[in-house]
Each structure stands twice: as structure tokens, then as C-alpha cells.
Design a protein around this ligand. Sequence first.
Ligand code: AMP
Ligand code: MN
Length: 271
Amino acid sequence: MVSDGTLTPEALAERAKINGVELWSLTDHDEIAGQHRAAAAAHAQGIKYLTGTEISVTFAGETVHIVGLGFDASDAALTNGLQATRSGRTERAMDMSDGLAKVGIKGAYEGALKFVGNPELISRTHFARFLVESGVCSETHEVFRKYLTEGKPGYVPHRWATLKDAVSWITAAKGIAIIAHPARYKFTANEEYALFTEFIAHGGRGVEVVTGSHSAAEYVKYADTAQEFGLAASRGSDFHSPAESRVDLGSLPFLPGKLTPVWELLADRIQ
Ligand code: AMP
Ligand code: MN
């Protein structure tokens, strides 16, 4: 709602309830303005709630997402840090539009803006929706593959928050920092090792093991990684929209039993 999902917090909470979710967190990109409404929507459905966000970080030249859960949503340093992370998205979007214009796709910035709810948070997802609407591609994954990933005409490298800052903002606000969908990053084994060790050195506590972005083999791989590094494990659908997301709320398998779920570390933060 305040980043690139298409459903309202109320519709998400209702969907979560129908799908049997007991504990839910709304994790907008780089934004926590939807937290109060999401918690109220969860409670209206009788579901427990944890505050959430997903912060964009640049590490070793790659964009990494750090999920924060259970933080105090009124924390000023976290709010300011996220605000700083959002700034620069508009300029990046205009550069993306210029890149697309060079391959004959005109007016992409204006087109993407029509899909944007929060003017500070224009994302690649909004461009993808525009390119589907205008018939350039048939679905959003195709847009990412052909136009919006590294080396493609609409891709613009961007400097997001540092790993240290993102982890520090979350932990200083009494939350837990979690490495989101680690299999999605194109890291060498050494770079991935550096990500995990630096993340832990900065105070990071968890890793997403079961997620809509991982295969079953990757659940197993990152369950082992969680144990190796002594990290708690998280599980998240990364659900954005019924039309675009492969995995629905509440439909992923449980975490492997040998792992400590992040929500066990957050028992006193559950609302
Ligand atoms: P941005 O923060 O603007 O770089 O956009 C990130 C958004 O793009 C997130 O919501 C991701 O889920 C989405 N995304 C990234 N890669 C892909 C992909 N290959 N297919 C579909 N969505 C993607
Ligand atoms: Mn993500």
C-alpha cells in the first residue's frame, strides 16, 4: 500500500485470516507508514502482528534486502533513516525512463507513476506494471527479465543504505534485523560469507530461510547456513499482489524444526 503491494492492509489481513495465518507482518520497502493500520487490521481479524519493513541496502555492488521485525514504529532514527533511503528513487526512476526511451518505450516514468500510491516510493514494480498494461510484455516477471535487471535498458544502478546503517536502525529501535531471501543475490561464496559475517558483526540476528523467493533446495541450504552462523530463521511470503506473486500469504511450508524462529526472539514485541 505504501510501497509496491496492490492490496490494502485490510484486504491483506482478511486474506491472511482466510489462509490460516496466525502471526503477520506487513513489510513495505523502505517505509513504515502503513504499520499502525496493518496492526489494527490484523487485530480486527484476530491475528497477531509484528511491525515490519524491508530496507534496501547496497553490499558488494548488489542490492540486498534487510527485513526488520518487531521494532518500535515511532522510533525517530529508524523513520529518518528510511526517509533518507527513499530519497533518490524519483531521480532513479527518471533515469530508468530515459533508458527505456532509448529502446523505443516512451513515457515510462509517467506511465509508472499511475500505479504509484506513495510518491516517494516509485519502484521497478511500478514500471513493470506499466509495461504489462501497455502490452510490451505479458507479465511482470518478463519485464524484469527483459528490461529491469542488470545490463538491461531500464536498469539503473543505485546506492541504497549501508548494511551497517540498516541493521543499526532496526536494532536501535528494539527490532531484529534479518537477511531477506539470500538465494536471490548473485554473490560468490566469499561475498556471501562476507555478507553474513558483517551482518552479524553489526548486530543482525536472523536469516529468511523459507520464502516465496526460494526453492525447496534453497530452504535446506539456508537452514544449514542459519545453523552455521547461529542465526534465527524467518519465513515470509513476499506477497505483493494476487496477479503477480507466485506464493500466497500463509501457503509456504513451515520452518525446519531444528531452527529457532525469529518470532521466538520477539515474543515480547508481538502485538
Ligand atoms: P526496487 O526497490 O525499485 O529495486 O524494486 C524492488 C521490487 O522489484 C521488489 O518488490 C521485488 O519483489 C521486485 N522484483 C525484483 N526482481 C524481480 C523479478 N525478477 N521479478 C519480479 N519482481 C521482481
Ligand atoms: Mn525483497
